[in-house]
Write a protein that binds this ligand. Structure first.
Ligand code: BDP
Length: 729
């Protein structure tokens, strides 16, 4: 580091020291990067003894970002200054940098000479992996944080800071890690007017009007937060795309965002409108086989890379819910995707082509349509195309079985698309931790190549040895001060990033990490709150859509229950999915019904085929069963439905109690906010329960067991509720 720079960094250490906890309002802005003083004295002692000075070797934007992070984090965590120096003179030096700058592995001159074993340790880490390890340099004890690129150093530093924040052992440890998935992308469904489709945390972060000249400081904090959990891509605009995003004017605006993201290892991606060659290009067609159209996309790609050299690629929603696509010209999804892939290939870009397609005019169960459409195309996509598949076959419901495409397109890299924003899980008012939902899907066994062929293995490419792999998460981030609306919704952003990096992590450990970093390291806080988080998704399933029910929400905005929704486009109604009648309830997806079951491997079919042995969680997804059907619990189906809906409400009441009990262990600001939101959640859980049970009762004609108490509301009143201004619509 140059002398002047050392001075500058030292100067900024002083204010950083002042900015420790008490001066901050706990408004959630700092997310999990709070860097408050380590409050365990023994740990503090340990950390202070191993981190006294830091050397960040190299002059790149990424390493500057590392310096800036450490300059705030270390004084905050350790309560003392940690100067940046230029040479190792004492024990306790943190050495950060790309491996060939730190050590004598390349021909270049380096400061520190060879360290035995380092070459081997780094060989398996790829471009983004990192190594944290104690080393002795000229007789002094140091810790290195390194990787094969600067980004390795960046991720290593964030890992180190995570350990310190969670007050984990650090002295003497060696850790290496590399991401299992290459493209770890947030999908923002943000419109150019700053509204966010299915966004419940305010408006879009991207202030397109003021870009490129005004760079909101939040862009950088957004990038820091993403880098800290390994997210390396952001698709910045809605999949229902506005073609204007591809105009020169907006490309320059996007380029300004990309410049902020780049030091943090984040590439910018863009959703495109398939008809753009017509709407903004003035062509007469968007036919992917038309030479003029192909030329247009080629030129557009060149233009994009001219201003965003590391542009990630295109995300495409085509022939889906009214969006234009290749089928408008009788061309296949492969022909559409390959045209774009060809345009991007010379620049290293990829196409993320969504498999979220279904058509009301096709008389086939919606759950089957994507599979029917895409499996015949396996093997016909160019090798820079990924097919992006939602976790389940319908649409981000509280619980779905895994999408049958996973495991069914061995020659094509399939990306996972999770929804982090809680469109179907209570918006930003319900506390629903999605780590468990993500894991349930990733751990599902497709049996594509025998037992152990998990969805995780399909998505990370290991099952079929794919060169490309990816995971997308539909963002829940907006302009709310705390980014995600609900303080606990931050955990879903966090969990998504951590799992995209390492899908073997458990939902439990991620919740604990997040709690420690975001709230407190006090186990009497962590233990009950972690339990609350882990049970929260199941609670939501119970009060919204238990036993495999799905798509029962209100029409359009999707806020609240609407099991009675019927009329209009059938596959957007509730009655299409629950099929309740006097006999019973549920969607028969066995051979006697839509036979969606046949899209799964025989072993999976065997798990789901028999209503008597299927797990109750998926019963009504696959079977239409009588109201008196005998459940494994000993209850009838109707009784079980009543039981589960009531259980969901009780579980939320238990969450309220849990939260009350930790009152003294958390700051007043976030305590009150979560408490108020839980009150809304409890009210809405009752709303869901009452609406669904009263409505289904009109078919079952059975009493709601007296033990649950009288229902105090009337179905007809509930059916009249409207929310014309529900957010996110
Ligand atoms: C549905 C949303 C809709 C999205 C669509 C999609 O309701 O707003 O456009 O998904 O994923 O769940 O394209």
């Amino acid at each position: 580091m140059k002398k002047s720079q050392t001075f500058k960094v030292l100067l900024c250490l002083f204010p950083a020291l002042l900015l420790t906890a008490p001066l901050f309002a706990e408004d959630g802005y700092r997310l999990w990067l709070r860097y408050d003083l380590v409050d365990d004295p023994a740990r503090l002692e340990e950390y202070r003894s191993v981190i006294r000075e830091a050397i960040v070797l190299g002059e790149t934007d990424t390493l500057d970002a590392v310096r800036a992070e450490l300059a705030v984090a270390l004084p905050g965590l350790l309560g003392q200054s940690v100067p940046f120096v230029q040479d190792v003179v004492q024990n306790g030096t943190l050495l950060i940098g790309k491996r060939d700058t730190l050590f004598g592995i390349s021909e270049r001159d380096t400061l520190f000479g060879e360290v035995p074993g380092i070459e081997q340790a780094l060989s398996g880490l790829g471009e983004e992996g990192f190594l944290i390890r104690p080393v002795t340099v000229r007789g002094t004890e140091c810790v290195i944080v390194t990787g094969n690129s600067d980004r390795g150093g960046l991720y290593g530093v964030f890992h180190l800071l995570r350990l310190l924040q969670a007050q984990q052992p650090f002295k003497g440890i060696t850790i290496s890690s590399r991401p299992r998935i290459q493209r770890r992308v947030l999908n923002h469904w943000d419109n150019l007017d700053r509204t966010v489709e299915r966004g419940y945390a305010g408006f879009s972060l991207w202030d397109w009007h003021k870009l490129p000249d005004y760079i909101d400081p939040r862009y950088r904090d957004y990038a820091r937060a993403n880098a800290s959990i390994g997210i390396n891509g952001a698709s910045v605009n809605n999949v229902n795309a506005n073609p204007l995003s591809l105009t020169r004017e907006y490309l320059i605006k996007s380029a300004a965002l990309a410049n902020v993201f780049r030091p943090y290892g984040i590439r910018l991606y863009m959703s495109i409108k398939f008809s753009a060659p017509m709407t903004i290009g003035g062509l007469e067609t968007a036919d992917p086989l038309d030479p003029g159209v192909r030329h247009w996309w080629k030129k557009k790609a060149e233009e994009i890379y001219g201003v965003i050299p590391d542009f990630g690629g295109f995300l495409v929603k085509a022939n889906s819910e009214g969006q234009p696509g290749p089928q408008d010209y009788n061309r296949s999804h492969a022909e559409g995707a390959n045209m774009l892939a060809e345009a991007l290939a010379p620049h290293g870009g990829v196409v993320m082509w969504r498999a979220f397609v279904y058509d009301n005019n096709v008389p086939v169960d919606r759950a089957k349509q994507a599979y029917n459409e895409f499996t015949p195309l396996d093997g016909s996509f160019l090798d820079n195309v990924l097919i992006q598949v939602k976790n389940g076959p319908i649409d981000f419901q509280p619980r779905e079985p895994f999408h049958p495409l996973f495991g069914a397109m061995p020659q094509t890299p399939l990306m996972m698309e999770f929804q982090i924003t809680q469109e179907y899980l209570g918006f930003a008012t319900h506390l629903v931790y999605l780590g468990t939902l993500f894991k349930e899907c990733l751990e599902s066994d497709t049996f594509a190549k025998g037992p152990g062929s998990t969805v995780a293995g399909v998505v990370d490419g290991s099952l079929e040895n794919h060169r490309l792999s990816g995971m997308a998460g539909v963002s829940n981030i907006g302009t709310d001060r705390n980014w995600t609306g609900h303080p606990f919704a931050q955990a879903n952003w966090f969990a998504y990033g951590r799992l995209a990096w390492d899908n073997s992590l458990g939902a439990e450990e991620i919740a604990e990490e997040w709690l420690r970093m975001t709230f407190s390291n006090d186990v009497s806080f962590i233990q009950p709150v972690q339990t609350m988080m882990l049970g929260s998704r199941e609670a939501a399933v119970n009060y919204m859509t238990p036993l495999g029910l799905h798509h029962l929400m209100a029409r359009g905005h999707h806020y609240g229950p609407g099991p009675w929704v019927s009329g209009g486009r059938a596959d957007w109604t509730s009655v299409y999915y629950h099929r309740a009648d006097e006999e019973g309830i549920g969607f028969d997806r066995t051979a006697s019904g839509s036979d969606a079951l046949e899209q799964y491997a025989p072993e999976v079919r065997a798990q789901f085929a028999d209503p008597r042995t299927i797990s109750p969680e998926h019963l009504l997804w696959f079977h239409h069963v009588d109201w008196d059907f005998a459940m494994q619990s000993g209850r009838t189906l109707w009784e079980e439905l009543c039981y589960r809906y009531n259980l969901g409400v009780k579980q939320v009441q238990q969450m309220q109690k849990t939260w009350e009990a930790v009152a003294g262990l958390v700051d007043g600001e976030r305590f009150q906010q979560v408490k108020s939101l839980l009150r809304i959640q409890e009210k809405e859980a009752r709303w869901w329960r009452d609406a669904c049970l009263l409505y289904f009762q009109t078919f079952s004609k059975r009493e709601i067991p007296a033990e649950y108490g009288p229902v105090k509301v009337k179905l007809e009143d509930l059916m009249k509720i409207e929310h014309p201004f529900a957010p996110g619509h």
